[in-house]
Design a protein around this ligand. Sequence first.
Ligand SMILES: [Zn+2]
Length: 147
Amino acid sequence: MELSRTELRWLTSAVDICDEATHKQWRVGAILVRSGNVLATGVNRYRNDPSQVEYGHVSYHAEEVALRRVSDPEGATIYVARLTRSGKIGAARPCPRCQALLLEHGVHTAVWTEPQGWGKQRLSRLIHEELAITHTRHASAVHPLFG
Ligand SMILES: [Zn+2]
C-alpha cells in the first residue's frame, strides 16, 4: 500500500504539529482533513494529574482534541503522528477508544505514522493488532524523522 502524495503531505503536517504537544513522554498530533481542507488539529495533553487517576484518564488523545473542535467531521480523514521521547517518529495507530469515537463522528479513514513508515485503514470496524502495517524503505524521504 502506498499513500498518495497528498496523503503523505498531510501526514507530514501531522508530524510537524507534534511539536505543539506539551506531554513529556510522548507527543501526538492529529489533523482532520476533508476535501483538501483542514477541519481541525489537535495534540495530546494532560487532563489529570498522573499520580491521581488511572492511566486511561491521564490525557486527552490528539484525536479527541481534534474531534472536539469540529461540529461536523463526517467524511473527514484523520492523520495521526507520534514523536517519541527521543524525537523519532513512532507508532500512532488510533487506540480503540479513539477509533470508536472517530467512527461515532463519521470519520472512517485513518492514516498514521509507524517507525518505518505508515499505516492506513478504513475504520469500518475497530482495528486490532493483526492489522498489516506498511513499512517502506522510502519513509525517510517523506520526513527526515522517520528512522
Ligand atoms: Zn486514543
